[in-house]
Design a protein around this ligand. Structure first.
Ligand SMILES: Nc1ncnc2c1ncn2[C@@H]1O[C@H](COP(=O)(O)OP(=O)(O)OP(=O)(O)O)[C@@H](O)[C@H]1O
Length: 223
């Protein structure tokens, strides 16, 4: 569903990472690690066509990105839920409305029962009416995850979702991502947290990718 062959990416004419060849198959669970600035966020952006390759072949959901129109890209993005590193919300809207935003922006009606179920699943039912600035870091991340799964995406991409969370909250978020994977979703998580990766590997069959020295590698099984 996401396939790269010899892909390079970069900014302003300078190459950040090259020779990336990889297949992310449906239902897989991947971690992405590597030093700060190596290109993890940029790689994730390739996966949802926020960034385009500077060389090579990138296929998203069966289509070559070079042939995609804006509508095709919008269509692909509906299949991918993204939890950004700095999850942003509309601070004047209650949590429930923020979570439902992808649907309302797409002009689709919101099923109140489904929304309540989703908020309950991430443990934010009681905070449905709160405003985003009233949430803790862990609550914000869980609200961002709920928003990302609102459109029932096939792929969930999370960029450092546990970056500012304590261990207990990190585990809680991880268990939600593992649960989504068990439901058949493809999960890709960029993280520096090797303990989180070890913890996940006890629960799911996860592959670990690493970007370093301008290349994307499959990390060793010793993690
Ligand atoms: N829009 C942009 N324009 C130019 N350079 C950029 C842009 N976005 C990122 N970069 C640069 O590309 C490099 C990789 O950035 P990226 O955010 O992908 O790394 P990362 O591995 O996710 O880092 P971190 O772990 O610190 O989040 C960095 O040197 C960054 O400064």
């Amino acid at each position: 569903m996401i396939e790269l062959q010899n892909v390079a990416m970069g900014y302003g004419g300078s190459e950040l990472v090259a020779e990336m060849t990889l297949k992310l198959v449906p239902g897989s669970f991947h971690f992405l690690t590597g030093p700060s600035g190596a290109g993890k966020t940029s790689f994730l952006k390739l996966c949802y066509a926020e960034m385009l390759p500077t060389a090579g072949y990138l296929n998203l959901f069966g289509q070559d990105v070079r042939t995609m129109t804006r509508d095709d890209i919008a269509h692909v993005r509906q299949k991918i839920g993204v939890v950004h590193q700095d999850c942003q919300f509309l601070d004047h809207l209650p949590v429930a409305e923020n979570v439902a935003l992808p649907l309302t922006v797409a002009g689709r009606s919101v099923d109140g029962a489904e929304l309540r179920e989703l908020l309950t699943w991430v443990g934010l039912r009681a905070q449905a009416g709160a405003l985003p600035p009233q949430l803790s870091g862990g609550e914000r991340q869980r609200a961002a995850l709920a928003r990302a799964v609102m459109m029932s995406p096939e792929v969930i991409i999370a960029d450092e979702p546990t970056g500012n969370l304590d261990w207990e909250m990190s585990l809680r978020l991880l268990s939600l991502l593992v649960e989504l994977n068990r439901m058949g979703k493809t999960v890709v998580i960029a993280t520096h947290d090797l303990n989180l990766i070890r913890q996940a590997k006890a629960q799911v069959s996860a592959r670990v990718l690493r970007i370093a020295n301008r290349r994307l590698h499959l990390a060793g099984a010793d993690l």
